[in-house]
Design a protein around this ligand. Structure first.
Ligand code: ACO
Length: 355
């Protein structure tokens, strides 16, 4: 029995490889640092979905299909709500989409993620939703839909680098959940909803909002040590640190730090974050000398999304906008593999009385 399944291999995949000892992530042949610096959202979609759909087309065709699908998704905005949270709004919105295994259903998911997340953010701020501009790339249009004005090129690049960096990551909890549902042939939307529900937890994709809460609570570098000591004494988990697979630094942390450093006005915030990071790593290594706990992707995700003025309540839904590319690819790979996922359990309950 392996309750966390860490030693179980449950899929063969062409999509990504996580080497937790070397701190290396490869996504369809690309080291993540190179991928995030070189490819945009549409190109990454093409890379991950290639071979799973016959009529995908090149990145201009993908951009056009995503733009049209954003327009279609916008017709649902205002027909449901209110937005209790950004994730629940996205989950409800995705639930309205046609649920099959076609390219149209697949494309609708990332497109609708941008539209529904932007609409939920604006609704929670008491603002009217902004219609998509189908001629723009997904990253640029999303920032425009939340702000009401176009973002700078640097901001679009940083946001796009974020979405690409988190697009896939082996058999993490949400991707596994998506594959299990896909294996039942429930449809790509059902698989994505399973992924999103798993992603929402603070031990997985729900960590970056709490990372900012932690930084706010610490407030100044001088308070770092006592704050961390207090949190560890209360047995709290420090958000943005530790990982099931990585025993060294998560390579995505540095890819995102590099992306945020290119944004003007971020030097002071990065220095503060680095200070807290050093203090946390030192305390964790003292408390767990035999367990290497390092910085994970969520720490610099928080700094990057904050620098883009994205409210922290939306961070998990935005993570889903990146990771949906991986969920769809994995779900399609699982469908092609053709085997229902159905592990066994060991019964430890009461034995029926003999009659
Ligand atoms: N802060 C404090 N203690 C920690 C942390 C942390 N961030 N991470 C692990 N530990 C502790 C555990 O409580 C455990 O202590 P114990 O033996 O006294 O119970 C010990 O270190 C060993 O834990 P692991 O086996 O390494 O943890 P596991 O693999 O089960 O969990 C996880 C990994 C969930 C990511 C964990 O490190 C954590 O909770 N981190 C904080 C939340 C976070 O940042 N999540 C985002 C992960 S990245 C992603 O999913 C996209």
């Amino acid at each position: 029995m392996d309750s966390g399944l860490e030693n179980i291999v449950a899929a063969e995949t062409v999509l990504s490889d996580v080497d937790g000892q070397a701190g290396r992530l490869v996504i369809r042949g690309w080291p993540v640092e190179k991928l995030s610096a070189s490819l945009g959202y549409e190109e990454t979609l093409g890379l991950l979905w290639n071979g799973f759909f016959d009529d995908l087309g090149n990145s201009s065709a993908i951009q056009r299909q995503l733009g049209e699908a954003r327009r279609a998704a916008f017709s649902h905005v205002g027909t449901f709500g209110p937005a209790v949270s950004v994730v629940s709004y996205l989950r409800t919105g995705w639930g309205l989409l046609k649920d099959d295994e076609t390219l149209a259903s697949a494309i609708a998911l990332p497109a609708a993620a941008a539209v529904f997340t932007a609409a939920a953010i604006r609704e929670l701020q008491g603002l009217a939703p902004i219609a998509p501009d189908a001629s723009l790339g997904q990253a640029e249009d999303f920032l425009r839909m939340i702000r009401g004005e176009r973002a700078s090129d640097d901001e679009v690049k940083a946001f796009s680098a974020y979405l690409v960096t988190v697009s896939d990551h082996g058999l993490n909890a949400s991707t596994f959940a998506a594959r299990v549902v896909a294996s039942t042939r429930a449809g790509l939307v059902s698989a994505a909803l399973a992924g999103l529900s798993a992603l929402k937890g603070p031990l997985h994709g729900g960590a970056p909002g709490p990372v900012l809460d932690m930084l706010d609570d610490i407030g100044t570098p001088q308070k770092a040590e006592s704050w961390i000591d207090g949190a560890l004494a209360r047995k709290e988990r420090l958000m943005g640190f530790g990982h099931r697979v990585y025993r060294v630094r998560d390579p995505r942390a540095d890819a995102l730090k590099a992306a945020v450093a290119k944004l003007p006005g971020t030097t002071g915030r990065i220095e503060f974050a680095e200070h807290i990071e050093r203090a946390v790593l030192e305390k964790l290594s003292r408390k767990y000398p035999d367990r290497s706990l390092e910085t994970n992707v969520e720490f610099y995700t928080a700094i990057l999304l904050e620098a883009l003025d994205i409210p922290r309540e939306a961070f998990t839904a935005i993570f889903a906008m990146g990771r949906i590319l991986g969920w769809v690819a994995h779900a399609s790979e699982q469908i092609d593999e053709g085997r229902l996922v159905r592990p066994k359990s060991v019964y430890t309950g009461p034995v029926p009385e003999m009659v």
